[in-house]
Unconditional design. Structure first.
Length: 505
């Protein structure tokens, strides 16, 4: 019966006139998340100056969103499979817009950290819902590959739109305005999506297991927090206990999923070598890139003296490369093989990061722009194909949970990357030797040094800024080298893990 009905189903989907319009609505949600992630890095110097966070608080502002979203993605993806992906997407988008207002008007570092955490709760509903809806709207494999490419290209475009729009706003308004740009996107998404998007969910969902939800959240946050503390402060009893608690919660989570008739996540999916290889490739790719992405805007503004708008424009080549390759990645993977495209893309990113170890305070833009373009090209190939592999490996009724695994790898990689590579940058930076009279807060962050320099005599101020900028660039170069090593090792691993893997014809 299935083989008789399936061709009719595919034909019906081909004839649906609104599937591409529905995709346009879905990519708005992706744009919402991508813009938010990029404008934060651009606004960091202003947040640092206004809220005066410590170095640790500044890292928390940067990565608490990823911590929370990584801990909740699997739970939210599974919830969408149960209550309906459209419903979850619209509710999440509404919450995302409203909580953005709280981010915009935060008055203390603690309030900003809380606002970013709440935004992570809302953000956890968006990405898995969009990918799962794509899986259920586009049944034809080649159309689905193109749709995923457009989905990924929009995320990359968001990384370009965010800095440019954010830079314009930062030059004309206060830093909170960069979060308020989420509101018009959210309004369009909710109003148009409510009319255009088809609802889809699992036909036999089973209950949403709250114990599993709690174990997932505690496990991911516990492990990531422990890694962050170890990287920032070295071994401690608190970090060890937290890490063990998180590992125990994840172990219990896996054991529980194997016994539940309707698990939150079918962990048996990881027995599929292609699925596991794609997930691991995403995790380590983002880990290797995140430290660079988080600190690049600070380098462009606080070291090279560019304005926010100019700094945003300087980051565009990465987005251009990712958009261009994301749209053709599926075609290349079918022609040359999945592992060739993914491994080749990762190797290109690794080599580009390697060139950034040559950064100094006066590095010209041609080197930086060319490196960013290659990073975008490689990432566009890799992320698009791995997303296609992950979605193709599961039945439609598990699309939400599988999409959540993909996004969890992304967010977990971002959190670990900012924690580990960010700690490399801040660790090297904090050790700089300033002139006599250098305030202690100048060692917390480069933004703190710039602010402190404004209250010092001219000669002392120049010496402080020179030492601080030199140390920051040394840390950024070291983090770029570490990221390059991670990417090249991941390229080799992907070559073996994705052996024989093919996209659906």
């Amino acid at each position: 019966m299935t083989s008789t009905l399936q061709p009719a189903l595919v034909t019906e989907v081909h004839k649906r006139p609104d599937r591409w319009l529905a995709l346009c609505v879905l990519v708005l949600a992706v744009l919402l998340v991508a813009v938010d992630a990029t404008v934060l890095g651009l606004a960091t110097p202003y947040i640092s100056e206004d809220l005066k966070p410590s170095g640790t608080q500044l890292l928390w502002i940067g990565d608490v969103y990823s911590f929370v979203i990584a801990g909740l993605l699997v739970s939210m993806g599974s919830l969408g499979d149960r209550i309906g992906r459209k419903k979850l997407l619209l509710v999440g988008a509404t919450a995302f817009g409203l909580i953005s207002v709280l981010n915009a008007y935060a008055t203390t570092p603690e309030t900003m950290i809380l606002a970013r955490a709440l935004l992570g709760v809302a953000g956890a509903t968006l990405m898995p819902a969009t990918l799962a809806l794509i899986r259920n709207i586009f049944h034809d494999p080649r159309e689905r590959s193109l749709a995923i490419g457009i989905w990924g290209a929009t995320a990359s475009a968001g990384t370009a739109v965010g800095p440019v729009v954010g830079g314009f706003l930062l030059e004309h308004f206060w830093w909170g305005s960069v979060f308020l740009i989420n509101l018009p996107v959210m309004v369009v998404l909710v109003l148009v999506g409510g009319r255009l998007l088809p609802e889809s969910k699992s036909p036999n969902p089973g209950p949403w297991d709250l114990i599993s939800v709690t174990l997932s959240l505690v496990g991911v946050i516990g492990v990531v927090y422990a890694v962050k503390e170890l990287a920032a402060h070295g071994p401690s009893g608190e970090a060890l206990v937290t890490g063990l608690l998180g590992a125990a919660a994840l172990f219990w989570f896996v054991r529980r999923q194997l016994t539940l008739p309707s698990p939150l996540l079918d962990v048996r999916l990881f027995r599929n070598r292609g699925f596991s290889g794609a997930v691991l490739a995403d995790l380590f790719t983002v880990l290797g890139l995140s430290g660079l992405v988080f600190f690049l805007s600070q380098y462009l503004q606080l070291v090279q003296g560019r304005g926010p708008f100019e700094a945003g424009l300087a980051e565009i080549p990465a987005a251009v490369g990712a958009v261009a390759t994301g749209l053709v990645a599926g075609r290349f993977a079918r022609r040359f093989s999945v592992r060739t495209v993914v491994s080749g893309g990762l190797a290109a990113v690794g080599l580009a990061l390697g060139t950034l170890t040559l950064l100094d305070r006066s590095t010209g833009y041609p080197l930086l722009g060319a490196a960013l373009l290659v990073v975008g090209v490689g990432a566009g190939f890799s992320f698009t194909v791995t997303a296609d592999v992950i979605l193709s490996a599961v039945p439609k009724d598990q699309a939400g949970a599988a999409s959540a695994v993909s996004e969890t790898a992304y967010e977990l990689g971002a959190a670990l990357g900012i924690a580990l590579l960010g700690s490399v940058v801040t660790g090297v930076y904090a050790g700089f030797t300033g002139p006599a009279g250098t305030p202690a807060e100048a060692h917390d962050s480069l933004g703190g040094a710039v602010e402190a320099a404004g209250s010092l005599p001219e000669h002392t101020s120049e010496a402080l800024l020179s030492a601080a900028r030199e140390s920051f660039v040394d840390g950024l170069a070291l983090a770029s080298g570490a990221g390059a090593a991670v990417l090249l090792a991941t390229a080799v691993a992907a070559w073996f893990l994705l052996r024989g893997q093919k996209l659906e014809a």
